[in-house]
Design a protein around this ligand. Structure first.
Ligand code: AMP
Ligand code: GLY
Length: 430
């Protein structure tokens, strides 16, 4: 069985590693993949956003099943394009991917179906948006670009000047292109954040183990927003009681709402939640696995990922086993100095043999690596590696991940030293 994974980051590497464990023994391809992924799958140089090129390749190579992992090809309709050529694929179709592709769509969906989220207003012209900012009295105000913006389209504005600047950049200067032609302005919520990824075939919803991302670049949640600097799972703030509330008030109603809109969602639906004093609320939906949430969630999956994904595609998730380990997992991202702004590439990476640690115990997922002409592994992106360890509890998983990360070096390496500290505070309040 030939399986193609679309994408080339740490999330895709974690998916590929788990697919490799499948008893169905798939022959794995990655497009475009990366240096480290090439140890585990045959990498094909097709951009993840090249919808037509990907479908052509899949037909030519006789791919039996595809996994479309990143947001942009999903929003562009790659799952539809593959299906039209007879290739089943994991992920929502274009009509359903809009739940991430347009924040205006997702906010209106939540308002229409009574799904708890921050109160908001939508604007499609800059004058009206600026007028709203000038009469606003509750700060901070959260300003969000409507469309995909590499995780950078959300600005928490402390005052009027900051909000006017955000509106100007998005709506007048086109900082995010068409993604910023409409903006959402919403109330600022507080509370611990939780990521919950769910498998769903549009009928059955199976939440995966919960997790916590660390979005800011620097320790103490300071610095710029990044794609994510580390994760832990499970998230200790997400108790069984809260999980039951979320299933009843958020997960079920969202899947039902998408069905009612004629946009049945099949794939991994990611709920970015905030546990506010008024109960759990949706901060954002993603139409895909999170990165780096996947690097702690999938290692804890004990069932066959390929079988689960195929069940999602064929609508038989209710009859499929999805079991997670009781253990904990931690992932520490090793990034290039300067990320998420300017950084250098091509730095040799020391400490890995064939892309992995010489001794077992922790797993290295490659996010931005390449193989140089001589076969040496070099840095090739902002987030370079994700070091994941599993253990019986969170402190042990964190200790093992940091110990393994200590053995890896490249010029300019930047990592956070406090991944998991907020989660530990939930377990042992001070
Ligand atoms: P996003 O890129 O949509 O994941 O948003 C980035 C981050 O901004 C989230 O992880 C939250 O920490 C924060 N955020 C987004 N919306 C709100 C809100 N309404 N209130 C408080 N924080 C928010
Ligand atoms: N880690 C957050 C995301 O994947 O959007």
């Amino acid at each position: 069985m030939k399986v193609l994974v679309v994408g080339g980051g740490g999330r895709e590497h974690a998916i590929i590693r788990k697919l490799k464990e499948s008893p169905l023994a798939p022959q794995l391809y990655a497009a475009p993949g990366n240096g480290g992924i090439s140890y585990d799958a045959q990498c094909v140089p097709i951009a993840a956003t090249d919808v037509a090129g990907m479908a052509d390749f899949a037909v030519r190579e006789g791919i039996d099943y595809a996994v479309v992992a990143p947001d942009d090809p999903l929003v562009l309709g790659m799952v539809d394009a593959l299906a039209a050529r007879g290739i089943p694929a994991f992920g929502p179709d274009k009509a359903a991917a809009v739940i991430e592709g347009s924040k205006v769509f997702s906010k209106k969906l939540m308002q229409r179906y009574g799904i708890p989220t921050a109160r908001c207003e939508v604007f499609d012209n800059a004058e009206a948006a600026e007028g709203y900012v000038r009469q606003n009295t509750a700060w901070p105000l959260v300003v969000k670009a409507d469309g995909l913006a590499l995780g950078k389209g959300v600005v928490i504005c402390e005052d009027e000047a900051a909000a006017l600047a955000a509106v100007r950049e998005m709506m007048r200067e086109g900082k995010f292109g068409a993604s910023g032609s409409r903006v959402v302005m919403e109330e600022f919520l507080t509370g611990p954040e939780v990521s919950v990824l769910c498998f769903t075939d549009g009928k059955t919803i199976v939440p995966m183990v919960s997790s916590m991302d660390h979005k800011r670049a620097l320790d103490g949640d300071k610095g710029l927003n990044t794609g994510g600097m580390g994760t832990v799972a499970p998230n200790p703030y997400y108790t069984a009681e809260i999980a039951a509330v979320c299933m009843k008030t958020i997960f079920g109603p969202t899947v039902d709402a998408m069905n009612a809109e004629g946009r049945t969602f099949k794939g991994c639906l990611y709920f970015g939640l905030m546990l506010t004093p008024d109960g759990p609320k949706v901060i954002e939906y993603n139409c895909r696995f999170g990165d780096p949430e996947t690097q702690v969630v999938l290692p804890l999956l004990e069932s066959d990922l390929l079988a689960v994904m195929q069940a999602v595609t064929s609508g038989t998730l209710a009859e499929t086993d999805v079991k997670f380990s009781e253990k904990s997992a931690a992932c520490v991202i090793l990034a290039s100095g300067g990320y998420p702004q300017h950084y250098e590439k091509g730095k040799p990476i020391a400490g890995l043999a064939k892309g992995q640690l010489p001794q077992g115990g922790a797993t290295v997922y490659h996010a931005g690596t390449a193989l140089a002409g001589d076969g040496a592994l070099v840095t090739a992106g902002g987030r370079v590696l994700g070091v994941t360890a599993m253990a019986d509890d969170l402190p042990a998983a964190l200790a093992a991940a940091y110990k393994a990360a200590d053995g890896i070096a490249f010029e300019g390496l930047h990592r956070r030293a406090d991944i998991g500290q907020r989660a530990l505070a939930a377990i042992h309040p001070v």
